[in-house]
Ligand binder design. Sequence first.
Ligand code: SF4
Length: 324
Amino acid sequence: MIDDVYDFGLEQIIDTIKRRRAKTVGLQFPDGFKQKAIKVSEEIEERTGSKIIISANSCFGACDIDTPLRKSVDIMFQFGHAEIPNIQAENVIFVETESRIDLLPLLTKAIDVVGDRVGLISTAQFVHKLPYVKQYFADHGIRGVISSGDARIAHPGLVLGCNFSAVPDALEYLYIGTGDFHALGVSLATKKPVWIADPEMDEIRKPDVDKVLRKRCAAIERSLGAQSFGILVSTKIGQCRKDLAFELRCKAVEYGLDAHILFAEMITPEALASFRVDAFVNTACPRIAIDNAAVFPVPVLTPVEFEVVIGARKWDDLVFDEIT
Ligand code: SF4
C-alpha cells in the first residue's frame, strides 16, 4: 500500500493503463502528495511496463493541468483533486486520493459545537464521507444540508478555494478537511460561521477571518489613488480569465487610468518584478490575492476590489471573487 490514510487508487490506474495500452504515462501531484510520487511511479512502471514521467511543476488544483506533459504522454493522472467538469482536459484522469480516516472521533466533538441545522462542505479527499456525516448528525437530531454546485463542481458538498456554489443555504457550516484555506474562503464569501473539522489535527476550530478582512481593507486603502495597474492573467487552463482581464482594462481606461494585461503561467513576485505599476489586479486563482499578497511589492487586488478602488463599485457591494 502506498499510504495508510490516502487511497492512491493504484488498482484502477493500472487497469486503465493496461486497457488503454498506454505506453507513456504522466503523473501530477500537489505539493502535499509529491513525496509519494516516486513510490507510485515505481509501482505503476513495474506492473504495467509503461514509461512514467512525473511532473515537477506546480499543481494547486484541477485547474492546474501540466499541459506540456499531457501532450507528451498517452495518459496522465492527477492526484489529490476532483475533476473540474467544465474544463476540457483530454486524457487526464483525476484520482481524488480519498481519505480512509475514521471521522467518528471528530464527529463526536462536532455535535457539541454545531446548531440543529448545518451546511456540510468538504474537499476531494473527504467529500465522499459527507452522506455518512449527514446520517451521523441525523442520528443525533442535527440536520446536515448538502448541496450541488455549478459546472465547476464535481460532487455535492465539494468546495474549491475559488468556487462555493455547492455551499448550501444555512446559518453555519461544518467543513471536513485539513488546513484553513477552503473554510476561510467560505466564511469570507458567506459572512457566516464555518467550523473546521480537521481529521489530521483531530480538532474543531474556526478560521481567522478578521485577520484576512483587515489585510484586504489595507490593500484597498493602499491602492486608492493608484494611477497604473497590471492586470494579471494566468495561462493555467482552469484559471485563465482573459475576457475578464480585458473588461477590467476597459473599465480602467473609462476612469482615465493606465492598465496593462500581464500573462504568466505562475503569478510570482519574480515574474512581475520588472513591471512598475501602482497595484496588480489578479484574475488568476483568487487565493493569490487572499493568501499570498504579502510577497508582492505592491497591493494585489481581486477584480471586485479593483472596482471599489476606481470607484466603479461601492464598498458595501464587495463580494468574494469566484471562478464559475
Ligand atoms: S483556481 Fe485556485 S482555488 Fe480554484 S481550483 Fe485552482 S488552485 Fe484551487
